[in-house]
Design a binder for this molecule. Structure first.
Ligand code: FEO
Length: 399
């Protein structure tokens, strides 16, 4: 697929995989994006999952016929982008791998490749003849070896995982030409609205721990006159650059929009009833919210909305004197992502001795969250009047 004068899309859509990284559901599939930059010499930017290798090589041949690929630019070594490297070398035996020093041992370790590798440093360039590629080190967006490649003449940033989304892409890969999230049934005017949820879920689950490195990378690249962002997942951004950059900026600063993310789990329905009562209060008061059952849903959706909204309301029964395991797992993920700048309220049932609300509050305080109340612990069942969620809603909405 022709993207511009010199850039060709040669990536693939994966509609088969149901769980990404062995953890995260893919209701709309996922794309592994790879690009050719065609000058006097030809460079391939990243590869695709190895199971799509045949399709990948066909895509390359469709674009350049019998020409050879001179360089393979390795921006990122996670296998969803690197695992066709050996196949590429077997099809283009003279190809020179261009990457940074941190990727070299990973290439040797994963694929046993140690020769014909050219290492580049931050700011160095490669001249393809009419196309100049400059390499910018962006460590921990998403692994230590990650770098981005800037195509000077066309204002194109090959950004690796950054600005990527879950979801295979139907039609043209460019947002300017109507890229569609595969399987999405609505037909909104605004393409970005289709991808926003999956971009936020991708960011919060895959990159969310690395807010500071993302901010560093964004500052470092802020002077570039970007006309096009070619990520390794999801659409090529041409018309929605401003929106995707500002979404990444907000998420990586851990800045939530006004609203409440309720996450709960329940043994016998009592904490669930309290969660639904809080939900009813938020609806009645017109407050944006999301609600997630940590025992029944994949946690990636709860993490997405914890990153999205500025307030977190977490409900857990006391179980073995501790937080109920599904909720503890959610909170561990919040700790591991280093979520910041949240307001927090806890609630939950107990039978003979509480503890979950106190322990949730302690975790929230350790994260620097603002406690909106002491929380609402209730014994032997939730009942309106006995313990009223409107008081917790008052606390949650006090601003
Ligand atoms: Fe899509 Fe970090 O790999």
């Amino acid at each position: 697929m022709k993207i511009s004068g010199a850039v060709r899309y040669v990536g693939v859509n994966d509609h088969e995989k149901t769980i990404f990284e062995g953890l995260w559901p893919l209701p709309f599939g996922v794309s592994y994006n790879s690009y050719l930059v065609v000058g006097d010499k030809v460079a391939l930017v990243d590869t695709v999952e190895s199971e799509f290798g045949d399709e990948f090589i066909r895509n390359i041949r469709d674009e350049i016929g019998d020409r050879k690929v001179d360089y393979l630019i390795v921006n990122h070594m996670e296998p969803d982008h690197s695992s066709s490297m050996k196949l590429v070398r077997s099809n283009f035996p003279d190809i020179r791998i261009v990457t940074n020093a941190k990727a070299v041992p990973m290439i040797a370790g994963y694929y046993g490749i140690t020769d014909n590798i050219m290492t580049v440093r931050d700011g160095e360039s490669l001249d393809l003849g009419g196309c100049t590629l400059t390499f910018h080190m962006t460590p921990m967006v998403h692994w230590p070896e990650t770098m981005m490649t800037w195509f000077n003449e066309e204002g194109t940033l090959f950004s690796g995982d950054a600005f990527g989304t879950f979801g295979a892409v139907d039609g043209d890969i460019r947002d300017s030409s109507g890229a569609r999230l595969s399987g999405w049934l609505d037909s909104p005017e605004d393409t970005f609205s289709e991808f926003r949820n999956e971009m936020t879920r991708y960011y919060s689950n895959i990159v969310g721990k690395y807010g500071v490195p993302v901010q560093n990378a964004m500052k470092k690249l802020s002077g570039l006159p970007v006309r096009r962002i070619c990520s390794t997942h999801g659409p090529v951004w041409e018309t929605r650059i401003q929106e995707v950059v500002s979404l990444y900026d907000r998420l990586s600063r851990y800045e939530g929009e006004r609203g409440v993310c309720i996450v709960y789990a329940s043994m016998y329905g009592n904490t669930a009833e309290a969660a639904r009562a809080l939900e009813a209060e938020l609806i009645r008061r017109g407050v944006p919210y999301a609600i997630h059952d940590a025992a029944r849903e994949n946690l990636s959706y709860a993490y997405r909305d914890a990153f999205r909204f500025d307030t977190l309301a977490v409900g857990s029964p006391t179980y073995n004197n501790e937080i109920f395991p599904p909720v503890a797992s959610f909170m561990n993920g919040i700790v591991s992502r280093g979520l910041k700048n949240r307001k927090f309220a806890a609630f939950g049932s107990y039978t003979w001795m509480g503890g979950s609300v106190r322990q949730l509050n302690e975790k929230a305080q350790n994260l620097g969250f603002e406690l909106l109340s002491d929380g609402l612990a209730f014994a032997q069942g939730y009942a309106p009047g006995k313990c009223d969620m409107s008081s917790l809603a008052d606390a949650v909405l006090k601003d």
